[in-house]
Design a binder for this molecule. Structure first.
Ligand code: SF4
Length: 306
């Protein structure tokens, strides 16, 4: 495990040097694998929380869709499609601060139906939950719970004021108590510093999470972060490389923002330690086509083996 003094030394390296070290770690610890996951925005909008990057918050005037929990038929169709396009995990995501037992039960039924009828690993991302609700999900067949820290402990109050960083940490700890794996990462480009991104990486390491998703902010109209300048790609790549060096054995996956921010440079992220990505679109944005993603994965694996 690298120390904070070693991280400080790494921060002085050039992007090329950092990326080379990160790729070496990725190949040594994770081989040529690329993990692909897919999500469904199963319930959208009208959220009580004020996360400043999110179009689903009821605090902001956005054109994000608003709808209640999707039907069993819609969810099963989306899970089948995810499996068909090569995802090994399918996550049910809902807007809102969290859920009580009554709200979690219909989700647990959907999870059991997906496990039985589609046969794909199921994840869930339902906000702040307690041990009882998480245990219901575990018993229904959820393998991993997704709950981002969003940003560093220090920067968090500049991003969200309706709940705290500690609330999020408590949910992650409750997941582990319920014997659920945890997928937790955050968003780059919220106006945070490299030190903030490293602080979040260290919090995730301390929490021993099983998977780290990295989103890059897409500043969306109507949100308070709509006018934030885009984070430079070089900064994203440096932080990705540092994340790989801090988390040598954990799947590091690119999620929202990979197309709009990285664009033609997506491959460079996979040469800097990334080894997974979300396919088939995000919460409120469509992604690249599954065919393009499959071609990309085959090409990147060829590069890794050459
Ligand atoms: S990120 Fe989640 S909790 Fe925050 S406003 Fe959006 S839907 Fe609500």
């Amino acid at each position: 495990m690298i120390s904070t003094a070693e991280i400080k030394k790494l921060q002085k390296l050039s992007l090329q040097e950092l990326s080379a070290l990160a790729l070496e770690q990725k190949l040594a610890n994770r081989g040529q694998q690329v993990s692909l996951c897919s999500i469904i925005n199963a319930k959208s909008g009208k959220c009580s929380e004020d996360c400043r990057f999110c179009t689903q918050s009821a605090h902001y005037n956005t054109d994000s869709p608003i709808y209640p929990l999707k039907s069993r038929q819609e969810v099963l169709a989306a899970a089948s499609e995810a499996k068909q396009i090569g995802a090994t995990r399918f996550s049910l995501v809902t807007s809102g601060r969290g859920m009580n037992r009554e709200q979690v039960e219909p989700i647990a039924e959907l999870v059991a139906a997906i496990r039985e009828q589609v046969g794909i690993k199921v994840c869930a991302s339902l906000g702040i939950l307690g041990l009882n609700e998480l245990t219901i999900l575990k018993n229904a067949g959820v393998s991993r719970y997704h709950h981002n820290l969003e940003t560093s402990k220090e920067f968090f109050p500049k991003v969200v004021s309706s709940h705290t960083f500690e609330d999020r940490v408590d949910t992650i700890k409750a997941c582990q108590e319920a014997d659920l794996e945890v997928c937790a990462g955050g968003i780059f480009g919220l106006g945070e510093s490299e030190a903030d991104r490293i602080s979040m990486a260290l919090s995730l390491r301390e929490l021993k999470v099983d998977s780290v998703p990295i989103n890059i902010l897409i500043p969306l109209p109507g949100t308070p972060f709509a006018d934030l300048p885009a984070i430079p790609v070089a900064d994203v790549l440096r932080s990705i490389a540092l994340y790989r060096l801090i988390h040598p054995k954990v799947p590091l996956r690119l999620a929202g923002g990979r197309e709009s921010i990285l664009n033609d440079l997506l491959g460079t992220a996979f040469m800097s330690g990334i080894d997974g990505m979300m396919i088939g679109g995000y919460l409120t944005q469509r992604g690249r086509s599954p065919e393009e993603d499959s071609r990309f994965v085959a090409e990147i694996q060829q590069i890794w083996t050459s």
